[in-house]
Design a protein around this ligand. Structure first.
Ligand SMILES: [Zn+2]
Length: 195
């Protein structure tokens, strides 16, 4: 029996040293906030985060949890993830801000593809449902879901992740995906809300 393991984080080192991509991170974060892909929802809960790999290491810098409402980040609003354990749902970090539990999703992407150097996690319900439905159809062609007749859905409504060799690419991928999904989103919207 597997059981849910609560997310924990641990500050393994002291202060975060200033990092090279910080200005770029803030610039892309500003664009995402303007598009309301990162921010604070109607009940005051922040959503969305960005990260950048630290050189060729497995470490990465990520915006801190509960910083989504801040217009302009200071370096102290970021954390550097320097260790993680997927089974224990645990991360070790440097800095004075706690990285979010979603840091493990970023870690999984950096771990899986060495060419990825930037990850964006935002909330976009339209794009989310389009990707989810496409992934569902893919499951039938590439897995044994057809015979198992069972699947799991991650409970993260609206959550979208894009990545790339840098933030520019991750951002462009996100913008292109939104553009491409727009006809489907509008179509779904029309079906749900006939004029
Ligand atoms: Zn999220």
């Amino acid at each position: 029996m597997s059981k849910y393991v609560k997310f924990t984080s641990e500050r393994v080192n002291g202060e975060l040293t200033p990092f090279d991509g910080f200005a770029e991170l803030n610039a892309y974060r500003r664009k995402l906030r303007e598009l309301r892909l990162i921010g604070v929802d109607s009940v005051g809960i922040g959503f969305g985060n960005l990260s950048m790999r630290d050189g060729a290491t497995k470490n990465f810098y990520i915006t801190g949890s509960a910083t989504a409402g801040i217009a302009e980040l200071k370096p102290a609003d970021c954390a550097k993830v320097v260790a993680y354990d997927f089974e224990r749902n645990w991360i070790g970090y440097e800095g004075s801000t706690v990285p979010s539990s979603e840091s493990l999703t970023h870690a999984a992407i950096y771990e899986s593809d060495a060419t990825v150097a930037a990850v964006i996690h935002c909330h976009d319900s339209g794009l989310w449902s389009v990707i989810l439905n496409q992934a569902l159809m893919r499951l039938f062609s590439v897995t044994d879901v057809r015979s198992k007749k069972t699947l799991a859905m991650a409970g993260h409504e609206g959550g979208v992740v894009t990545f790339g060799k840098d933030l520019e690419e991750a951002f462009t991928v996100l913008m292109d995906a939104r553009k491409e999904s727009a006809p489907c989103v509008n179509d779904t919207f029309r079906k749900r809300n006939p004029a």
